[in-house]
Ligand binder design. Structure first.
Ligand code: UGA
Length: 437
Protein backbone atom coordinates (compact mmCIF):
# COMPACT_ATOMS: atom_id res chain seq x y z
CA UNK A 1 0.00 0.00 0.00
CA UNK A 2 1.04 3.60 -0.48
CA UNK A 3 1.25 5.31 2.89
CA UNK A 4 2.31 8.70 4.18
CA UNK A 5 3.48 9.38 7.73
CA UNK A 6 3.20 12.98 8.87
CA UNK A 7 5.67 13.90 11.60
CA UNK A 8 8.98 12.03 11.72
CA UNK A 9 9.91 12.27 15.39
CA UNK A 10 10.20 9.17 17.53
CA UNK A 11 6.82 7.76 16.69
CA UNK A 12 6.69 8.82 13.03
CA UNK A 13 10.23 7.77 12.11
CA UNK A 14 9.79 4.33 13.65
CA UNK A 15 6.32 3.90 12.16
CA UNK A 16 7.41 4.96 8.66
CA UNK A 17 10.43 2.64 8.70
CA UNK A 18 8.46 -0.32 10.09
CA UNK A 19 5.61 0.09 7.61
CA UNK A 20 8.17 0.00 4.78
CA UNK A 21 9.75 -3.05 6.38
CA UNK A 22 6.35 -4.74 6.23
CA UNK A 23 6.28 -4.12 2.47
CA UNK A 24 4.35 -0.86 2.17
CA UNK A 25 5.54 2.08 0.07
CA UNK A 26 6.02 4.93 2.53
CA UNK A 27 6.75 8.64 2.38
CA UNK A 28 7.62 10.32 5.67
CA UNK A 29 6.89 14.05 5.82
CA UNK A 30 8.24 16.51 8.37
CA UNK A 31 8.54 20.30 8.42
CA UNK A 32 12.04 19.99 9.90
CA UNK A 33 14.45 19.87 6.94
CA UNK A 34 17.37 18.76 9.13
CA UNK A 35 15.39 15.78 10.36
CA UNK A 36 14.39 14.88 6.81
CA UNK A 37 17.98 15.07 5.59
CA UNK A 38 19.15 12.88 8.47
CA UNK A 39 16.43 10.27 8.00
CA UNK A 40 17.09 10.21 4.25
CA UNK A 41 20.66 9.19 5.11
CA UNK A 42 19.46 6.59 7.67
CA UNK A 43 20.58 8.87 10.52
CA UNK A 44 17.52 9.26 12.72
CA UNK A 45 19.21 11.52 15.29
CA UNK A 46 18.02 9.27 18.11
CA UNK A 47 19.13 5.94 19.50
CA UNK A 48 16.62 3.15 18.99
CA UNK A 49 17.92 -0.42 18.60
CA UNK A 50 17.36 -1.75 15.07
CA UNK A 51 16.04 1.50 13.62
CA UNK A 52 19.12 2.47 11.59
CA UNK A 53 19.19 -0.96 9.96
CA UNK A 54 15.58 -0.92 8.81
CA UNK A 55 15.85 2.70 7.69
CA UNK A 56 18.93 1.86 5.59
CA UNK A 57 17.39 -1.29 4.13
CA UNK A 58 14.14 0.37 3.08
CA UNK A 59 15.72 3.58 1.81
CA UNK A 60 17.96 1.37 -0.35
CA UNK A 61 15.13 -0.79 -1.71
CA UNK A 62 13.12 2.34 -2.57
CA UNK A 63 10.11 1.62 -0.37
CA UNK A 64 10.90 4.50 1.99
CA UNK A 65 11.65 8.17 1.48
CA UNK A 66 11.44 11.38 3.47
CA UNK A 67 10.56 14.90 2.40
CA UNK A 68 9.37 18.27 3.70
CA UNK A 69 6.85 18.55 0.84
CA UNK A 70 3.26 17.69 1.79
CA UNK A 71 2.41 17.30 -1.91
CA UNK A 72 4.31 13.98 -1.75
CA UNK A 73 1.38 12.59 0.27
CA UNK A 74 -1.02 12.97 -2.65
CA UNK A 75 -0.62 9.41 -3.93
CA UNK A 76 -1.00 7.72 -0.57
CA UNK A 77 -4.13 5.80 0.33
CA UNK A 78 -3.55 5.99 4.08
CA UNK A 79 -1.99 8.93 5.92
CA UNK A 80 -0.70 8.52 9.47
CA UNK A 81 -0.50 11.52 11.81
CA UNK A 82 2.39 10.96 14.19
CA UNK A 83 3.29 14.47 15.35
CA UNK A 84 4.04 15.31 18.97
CA UNK A 85 1.57 16.52 21.60
CA UNK A 86 3.87 18.04 24.24
CA UNK A 87 2.78 19.51 27.54
CA UNK A 88 1.84 23.19 27.19
CA UNK A 89 4.33 25.48 28.86
CA UNK A 90 3.15 26.31 32.39
CA UNK A 91 0.01 24.14 32.05
CA UNK A 92 -0.91 20.49 32.41
CA UNK A 93 -2.84 20.27 29.14
CA UNK A 94 -1.44 18.87 25.89
CA UNK A 95 -0.49 21.26 23.11
CA UNK A 96 -2.40 20.24 19.99
CA UNK A 97 -0.95 22.91 17.71
CA UNK A 98 1.20 20.40 15.79
CA UNK A 99 -1.68 17.98 15.28
CA UNK A 100 -3.97 20.65 13.84
CA UNK A 101 -1.20 22.15 11.70
CA UNK A 102 -0.34 18.71 10.30
CA UNK A 103 -3.97 17.92 9.46
CA UNK A 104 -4.50 21.31 7.82
CA UNK A 105 -1.34 20.98 5.71
CA UNK A 106 -2.20 17.43 4.70
CA UNK A 107 -5.93 17.84 3.95
CA UNK A 108 -5.56 19.40 0.47
CA UNK A 109 -3.60 16.32 -0.64
CA UNK A 110 -5.97 13.69 0.73
CA UNK A 111 -7.78 11.96 -2.15
CA UNK A 112 -11.43 10.88 -2.10
CA UNK A 113 -11.64 7.39 -0.60
CA UNK A 114 -8.38 7.82 1.32
CA UNK A 115 -7.96 7.52 5.09
CA UNK A 116 -6.28 9.76 7.65
CA UNK A 117 -5.19 7.81 10.75
CA UNK A 118 -4.34 9.57 13.99
CA UNK A 119 -1.60 7.91 16.06
CA UNK A 120 -0.54 10.77 18.34
CA UNK A 121 -1.58 10.68 22.02
CA UNK A 122 -4.41 13.23 22.24
CA UNK A 123 -7.07 14.39 24.69
CA UNK A 124 -10.38 12.59 24.14
CA UNK A 125 -12.51 14.52 21.65
CA UNK A 126 -9.65 15.52 19.35
CA UNK A 127 -10.43 12.96 16.63
CA UNK A 128 -13.98 14.27 16.19
CA UNK A 129 -12.64 17.82 15.76
CA UNK A 130 -10.06 16.63 13.24
CA UNK A 131 -12.71 14.74 11.29
CA UNK A 132 -14.79 17.92 10.95
CA UNK A 133 -11.70 19.82 9.81
CA UNK A 134 -10.80 17.13 7.26
CA UNK A 135 -14.33 17.00 5.87
CA UNK A 136 -14.35 20.75 5.32
CA UNK A 137 -11.60 20.18 2.74
CA UNK A 138 -12.20 16.56 1.65
CA UNK A 139 -15.63 15.14 2.60
CA UNK A 140 -14.96 11.91 0.69
CA UNK A 141 -12.02 10.91 2.90
CA UNK A 142 -12.35 9.16 6.26
CA UNK A 143 -10.55 9.59 9.58
CA UNK A 144 -9.74 6.87 12.11
CA UNK A 145 -7.90 6.79 15.45
CA UNK A 146 -5.29 4.09 15.92
CA UNK A 147 -3.26 4.66 19.11
CA UNK A 148 0.36 3.59 19.35
CA UNK A 149 1.70 1.60 22.29
CA UNK A 150 5.36 1.34 21.34
CA UNK A 151 7.97 1.47 24.09
CA UNK A 152 11.24 3.26 23.50
CA UNK A 153 14.11 0.81 23.34
CA UNK A 154 11.93 -1.90 21.76
CA UNK A 155 9.98 0.39 19.42
CA UNK A 156 10.79 -1.53 16.23
CA UNK A 157 9.60 -4.87 17.59
CA UNK A 158 6.54 -3.23 19.17
CA UNK A 159 5.55 -1.70 15.81
CA UNK A 160 6.15 -4.77 13.68
CA UNK A 161 4.58 -7.20 16.18
CA UNK A 162 2.25 -5.14 18.40
CA UNK A 163 0.57 -6.80 21.40
CA UNK A 164 -2.78 -5.36 20.36
CA UNK A 165 -4.27 -3.12 17.68
CA UNK A 166 -7.03 -0.62 18.39
CA UNK A 167 -9.19 1.06 15.74
CA UNK A 168 -11.31 4.07 16.58
CA UNK A 169 -13.70 4.20 13.63
CA UNK A 170 -15.93 7.04 12.42
CA UNK A 171 -19.57 6.94 13.41
CA UNK A 172 -21.15 7.10 9.94
CA UNK A 173 -20.96 5.02 6.78
CA UNK A 174 -17.23 5.75 6.40
CA UNK A 175 -16.50 3.14 9.11
CA UNK A 176 -16.38 0.32 6.58
CA UNK A 177 -13.89 2.15 4.33
CA UNK A 178 -11.71 2.99 7.36
CA UNK A 179 -11.69 -0.57 8.69
CA UNK A 180 -10.94 -2.10 5.27
CA UNK A 181 -7.94 0.17 4.78
CA UNK A 182 -6.62 -0.37 8.31
CA UNK A 183 -7.01 -4.15 7.91
CA UNK A 184 -4.90 -3.92 4.76
CA UNK A 185 -2.18 -1.88 6.52
CA UNK A 186 -2.00 -4.34 9.42
CA UNK A 187 -2.68 -7.51 7.39
CA UNK A 188 0.47 -9.24 8.61
CA UNK A 189 -0.08 -8.63 12.33
CA UNK A 190 -3.77 -9.52 12.06
CA UNK A 191 -2.96 -12.75 10.24
CA UNK A 192 -0.57 -13.59 13.08
CA UNK A 193 -3.50 -13.39 15.50
CA UNK A 194 -2.79 -9.99 17.11
CA UNK A 195 -5.83 -9.04 19.21
CA UNK A 196 -7.91 -6.30 17.56
CA UNK A 197 -10.28 -3.99 19.40
CA UNK A 198 -12.65 -2.08 17.14
CA UNK A 199 -14.21 0.92 18.82
CA UNK A 200 -15.31 4.53 18.37
CA UNK A 201 -13.04 7.58 18.37
CA UNK A 202 -13.45 8.42 22.06
CA UNK A 203 -12.73 4.88 23.23
CA UNK A 204 -9.63 4.60 21.06
CA UNK A 205 -8.30 7.95 22.30
CA UNK A 206 -8.99 6.98 25.91
CA UNK A 207 -7.38 3.53 25.60
CA UNK A 208 -4.00 5.17 25.10
CA UNK A 209 -4.12 7.63 27.97
CA UNK A 210 -5.77 5.07 30.25
CA UNK A 211 -2.96 2.58 29.53
CA UNK A 212 -0.25 5.12 30.35
CA UNK A 213 -2.13 6.35 33.43
CA UNK A 214 -2.43 2.77 34.67
CA UNK A 215 1.28 2.08 34.14
CA UNK A 216 2.22 5.31 35.93
CA UNK A 217 -0.12 4.42 38.81
CA UNK A 218 1.44 0.98 39.13
CA UNK A 219 4.92 2.49 39.40
CA UNK A 220 3.87 5.12 41.94
CA UNK A 221 1.99 2.49 43.93
CA UNK A 222 5.13 0.40 44.36
CA UNK A 223 7.18 3.52 45.08
CA UNK A 224 4.71 4.43 47.85
CA UNK A 225 5.16 0.90 49.20
CA UNK A 226 8.92 1.45 49.08
CA UNK A 227 8.62 4.47 51.38
CA UNK A 228 6.67 2.39 53.87
CA UNK A 229 9.17 -0.46 53.50
CA UNK A 230 12.07 1.86 54.27
CA UNK A 231 10.34 3.11 57.39
CA UNK A 232 9.48 -0.31 58.80
CA UNK A 233 12.54 -2.21 57.56
CA UNK A 234 10.75 -4.31 54.93
CA UNK A 235 11.91 -5.25 51.42
CA UNK A 236 9.82 -3.80 48.58
CA UNK A 237 11.34 -6.09 45.92
CA UNK A 238 10.17 -9.19 47.81
CA UNK A 239 6.81 -7.52 48.35
CA UNK A 240 6.56 -6.87 44.58
CA UNK A 241 7.53 -10.48 43.82
CA UNK A 242 4.91 -11.79 46.21
CA UNK A 243 2.01 -9.61 45.04
CA UNK A 244 3.17 -10.03 41.43
CA UNK A 245 2.53 -13.79 41.58
CA UNK A 246 -1.14 -12.89 41.76
CA UNK A 247 -2.07 -12.95 38.06
CA UNK A 248 -4.58 -10.18 38.69
CA UNK A 249 -1.73 -7.89 39.75
CA UNK A 250 1.28 -9.10 37.74
CA UNK A 251 4.97 -8.39 38.45
CA UNK A 252 5.66 -6.02 35.51
CA UNK A 253 5.94 -2.28 36.23
CA UNK A 254 6.30 -2.96 39.94
CA UNK A 255 9.96 -1.97 40.11
CA UNK A 256 10.47 0.64 42.79
CA UNK A 257 13.19 3.20 42.23
CA UNK A 258 13.86 6.74 41.15
CA UNK A 259 10.53 6.76 39.28
CA UNK A 260 9.18 7.18 35.79
CA UNK A 261 10.17 9.75 33.21
CA UNK A 262 10.30 10.10 29.44
CA UNK A 263 8.28 11.92 26.85
CA UNK A 264 5.04 10.05 27.57
CA UNK A 265 4.01 8.93 31.07
CA UNK A 266 4.60 12.23 32.93
CA UNK A 267 2.97 14.49 30.35
CA UNK A 268 0.16 12.05 29.58
CA UNK A 269 -1.07 11.80 33.18
CA UNK A 270 -1.05 15.60 33.43
CA UNK A 271 -2.91 16.06 30.14
CA UNK A 272 -5.45 13.41 31.15
CA UNK A 273 -6.22 15.29 34.37
CA UNK A 274 -6.49 18.57 32.49
CA UNK A 275 -8.95 16.99 30.03
CA UNK A 276 -11.05 15.52 32.85
CA UNK A 277 -11.28 18.98 34.41
CA UNK A 278 -12.45 20.43 31.09
CA UNK A 279 -15.10 17.71 31.00
CA UNK A 280 -16.37 18.83 34.43
CA UNK A 281 -14.85 15.76 36.12
CA UNK A 282 -12.25 17.51 38.22
CA UNK A 283 -12.48 15.00 41.10
CA UNK A 284 -12.33 11.90 38.92
CA UNK A 285 -8.60 11.86 38.21
CA UNK A 286 -7.24 13.70 41.23
CA UNK A 287 -5.43 10.47 42.14
CA UNK A 288 -3.20 11.06 39.12
CA UNK A 289 -1.91 14.20 40.84
CA UNK A 290 -0.84 11.99 43.72
CA UNK A 291 0.75 9.54 41.24
CA UNK A 292 2.74 12.48 39.84
CA UNK A 293 3.69 13.76 43.31
CA UNK A 294 4.89 10.35 44.54
CA UNK A 295 6.91 10.01 41.35
CA UNK A 296 8.65 13.37 41.72
CA UNK A 297 9.24 12.73 45.43
CA UNK A 298 11.34 9.67 44.52
CA UNK A 299 13.93 11.94 42.93
CA UNK A 300 14.19 14.02 46.07
CA UNK A 301 14.35 10.83 48.12
CA UNK A 302 17.35 9.56 46.18
CA UNK A 303 19.09 12.88 46.77
CA UNK A 304 18.31 12.62 50.50
CA UNK A 305 19.50 9.01 50.68
CA UNK A 306 22.77 10.09 49.07
CA UNK A 307 23.17 12.95 51.51
CA UNK A 308 22.46 10.68 54.48
CA UNK A 309 24.87 8.02 53.22
CA UNK A 310 27.54 10.72 52.96
CA UNK A 311 26.99 11.71 56.57
CA UNK A 312 24.62 14.62 55.92
CA UNK A 313 26.97 16.68 53.76
CA UNK A 314 26.83 17.02 49.96
CA UNK A 315 28.92 20.14 49.46
CA UNK A 316 32.14 19.32 47.56
CA UNK A 317 31.53 15.58 47.87
CA UNK A 318 32.51 13.49 44.85
CA UNK A 319 29.57 11.59 43.47
CA UNK A 320 29.42 9.37 40.36
CA UNK A 321 26.11 9.01 38.50
CA UNK A 322 25.64 5.95 36.25
CA UNK A 323 22.87 6.54 33.74
CA UNK A 324 21.26 9.69 32.35
CA UNK A 325 18.60 8.41 29.93
CA UNK A 326 15.04 7.98 31.26
CA UNK A 327 15.37 4.24 30.66
CA UNK A 328 17.97 1.83 29.27
CA UNK A 329 18.41 1.27 25.52
CA UNK A 330 17.45 4.88 24.84
CA UNK A 331 19.25 8.21 24.54
CA UNK A 332 16.08 10.07 25.48
CA UNK A 333 16.54 12.41 28.45
CA UNK A 334 13.08 13.99 28.42
CA UNK A 335 11.95 14.28 32.05
CA UNK A 336 14.65 11.78 32.98
CA UNK A 337 14.72 11.03 36.74
CA UNK A 338 18.41 10.12 36.50
CA UNK A 339 19.42 13.43 34.93
CA UNK A 340 17.19 15.31 37.35
CA UNK A 341 18.92 13.72 40.34
CA UNK A 342 22.34 14.54 38.86
CA UNK A 343 21.29 18.17 38.38
CA UNK A 344 19.90 18.39 41.94
CA UNK A 345 23.09 16.95 43.44
CA UNK A 346 25.16 19.41 41.44
CA UNK A 347 22.87 22.23 42.58
CA UNK A 348 23.49 21.21 46.20
CA UNK A 349 27.23 21.56 45.76
CA UNK A 350 28.30 17.98 45.08
CA UNK A 351 31.03 17.34 42.51
CA UNK A 352 29.06 15.17 40.12
CA UNK A 353 30.64 13.06 37.38
CA UNK A 354 28.06 11.38 35.20
CA UNK A 355 27.98 8.91 32.37
CA UNK A 356 25.62 7.02 30.10
CA UNK A 357 26.26 4.70 27.15
CA UNK A 358 24.11 6.79 24.76
CA UNK A 359 22.60 9.88 26.37
CA UNK A 360 25.66 12.09 27.09
CA UNK A 361 25.27 14.31 23.99
CA UNK A 362 21.60 15.04 24.72
CA UNK A 363 22.25 15.57 28.43
CA UNK A 364 25.24 17.85 27.78
CA UNK A 365 23.18 20.04 25.47
CA UNK A 366 20.45 20.43 28.09
CA UNK A 367 22.70 20.68 31.17
CA UNK A 368 26.18 21.86 30.18
CA UNK A 369 26.96 22.58 33.85
CA UNK A 370 27.42 18.88 34.63
CA UNK A 371 30.68 16.98 34.21
CA UNK A 372 30.27 14.19 31.65
CA UNK A 373 32.67 11.27 31.28
CA UNK A 374 32.47 8.63 28.53
CA UNK A 375 34.25 5.82 30.32
CA UNK A 376 32.45 4.14 33.22
CA UNK A 377 35.54 3.53 35.33
CA UNK A 378 36.82 7.06 34.75
CA UNK A 379 33.45 8.35 35.95
CA UNK A 380 33.87 6.32 39.11
CA UNK A 381 37.43 7.39 39.81
CA UNK A 382 37.75 8.73 43.37
CA UNK A 383 33.99 8.86 43.85
CA UNK A 384 32.83 8.81 47.46
CA UNK A 385 29.39 7.55 46.47
CA UNK A 386 28.12 5.81 43.33
CA UNK A 387 24.53 6.22 42.14
CA UNK A 388 23.03 3.75 39.66
CA UNK A 389 20.06 5.61 38.18
CA UNK A 390 19.38 4.06 34.74
CA UNK A 391 19.64 0.29 34.71
CA UNK A 392 21.73 -0.30 31.58
CA UNK A 393 22.93 -3.93 31.59
CA UNK A 394 26.59 -2.87 31.80
CA UNK A 395 25.85 -1.12 35.12
CA UNK A 396 23.82 -4.01 36.49
CA UNK A 397 26.76 -6.29 35.82
CA UNK A 398 29.39 -4.15 37.55
CA UNK A 399 31.52 -6.11 40.02
CA UNK A 400 31.79 -4.49 43.48
CA UNK A 401 35.39 -5.67 43.87
CA UNK A 402 36.46 -4.05 40.58
CA UNK A 403 34.68 -0.80 41.43
CA UNK A 404 36.28 -0.63 44.82
CA UNK A 405 39.66 -0.34 43.12
CA UNK A 406 38.80 3.03 41.54
CA UNK A 407 36.38 4.68 43.95
CA UNK A 408 37.50 6.33 47.17
CA UNK A 409 34.29 5.54 49.07
CA UNK A 410 32.29 2.33 49.33
CA UNK A 411 28.76 3.69 49.10
CA UNK A 412 26.40 2.55 46.35
CA UNK A 413 22.92 4.02 45.92
CA UNK A 414 20.94 1.59 43.80
CA UNK A 415 18.24 3.87 42.38
CA UNK A 416 16.71 1.04 40.35
CA UNK A 417 16.98 -1.86 42.84
CA UNK A 418 18.88 -3.97 40.33
CA UNK A 419 22.00 -4.89 42.32
CA UNK A 420 22.32 -7.77 44.75
CA UNK A 421 22.59 -6.13 48.20
CA UNK A 422 24.18 -9.19 49.85
CA UNK A 423 26.91 -9.35 47.21
CA UNK A 424 27.77 -5.67 47.54
CA UNK A 425 27.70 -5.73 51.34
CA UNK A 426 29.93 -8.80 51.42
CA UNK A 427 32.40 -6.89 49.23
CA UNK A 428 32.53 -4.18 51.87
CA UNK A 429 30.08 -1.68 50.40
CA UNK A 430 27.34 0.30 52.10
CA UNK A 431 24.41 -0.65 49.89
CA UNK A 432 21.38 1.69 49.79
CA UNK A 433 18.39 0.56 47.75
CA UNK A 434 14.91 2.03 47.46
CA UNK A 435 12.67 0.32 50.02
CA UNK A 436 15.13 -2.48 50.70
CA UNK A 437 16.49 -1.44 54.05
C1 UGA B 1 5.39 4.32 27.56
C2 UGA B 1 4.42 3.12 27.49
O1 UGA B 1 4.98 2.02 28.21
C3 UGA B 1 4.16 2.71 26.05
O2 UGA B 1 3.23 1.65 25.99
C4 UGA B 1 3.62 3.93 25.30
O3 UGA B 1 3.38 3.64 23.93
C5 UGA B 1 4.61 5.07 25.39
O4 UGA B 1 4.85 5.39 26.77
C6 UGA B 1 4.01 6.26 24.69
O5 UGA B 1 3.02 6.82 25.19
O6 UGA B 1 4.44 6.58 23.58
P1 UGA B 1 8.05 4.57 27.30
O7 UGA B 1 7.85 6.00 27.60
O8 UGA B 1 8.94 4.15 26.19
O9 UGA B 1 6.62 3.87 27.01
O10 UGA B 1 8.65 3.92 28.63
P2 UGA B 1 8.21 2.82 29.69
O11 UGA B 1 8.84 1.53 29.39
O12 UGA B 1 6.74 2.84 29.92
O13 UGA B 1 8.93 3.41 30.99
C7 UGA B 1 8.55 4.69 31.49
C8 UGA B 1 9.33 5.03 32.73
O14 UGA B 1 8.91 4.22 33.81
C9 UGA B 1 10.85 4.85 32.63
O15 UGA B 1 11.47 5.99 33.19
C10 UGA B 1 11.11 3.61 33.46
O16 UGA B 1 12.39 3.60 34.03
C11 UGA B 1 10.03 3.73 34.52
N1 UGA B 1 9.66 2.45 35.17
C12 UGA B 1 9.13 1.44 34.43
C13 UGA B 1 9.81 2.32 36.55
O17 UGA B 1 10.27 3.24 37.25
N2 UGA B 1 9.42 1.13 37.14
C14 UGA B 1 8.91 0.11 36.44
O18 UGA B 1 8.58 -0.93 37.03
C15 UGA B 1 8.76 0.26 35.04
Amino acid sequence: MKLSVIGCGYLGAVHAACMAELGHEVVGIDVDATKVTGLSAAQPGLYEPGLVEILARNLANGRLRFTTDYAAAAEAKVHFLGVGTPQKRGENAADLAYVFAALDSLAPYVAPGALVVGKSTVPVGTAATLETRLHEVQPEAALAWNPEFLREGVAVADTISPDRIVYGLPAGDQAELAQALLDEVYAQALAAGTPLVVADYATAELVKVAANAFLATKISFINAMSEIADTVGADVTKLADAIGYDARIGRKFLNAGVGFGGGCLPKDIRAFRARAEELGLSDTLTFLKEVDTINLRQRERVVQLTEEALGGQLMDRRVAVLGLAFKPESDDIRDSPALDVAVRLHGLGAEVACTDPKAIPNAARRHPQLHYVEDTFETLRDAEAVLLLTEWSQYRELQPEALAEVTSGRIVIDGRNVLDPARWRTAGWTYVGIGRS
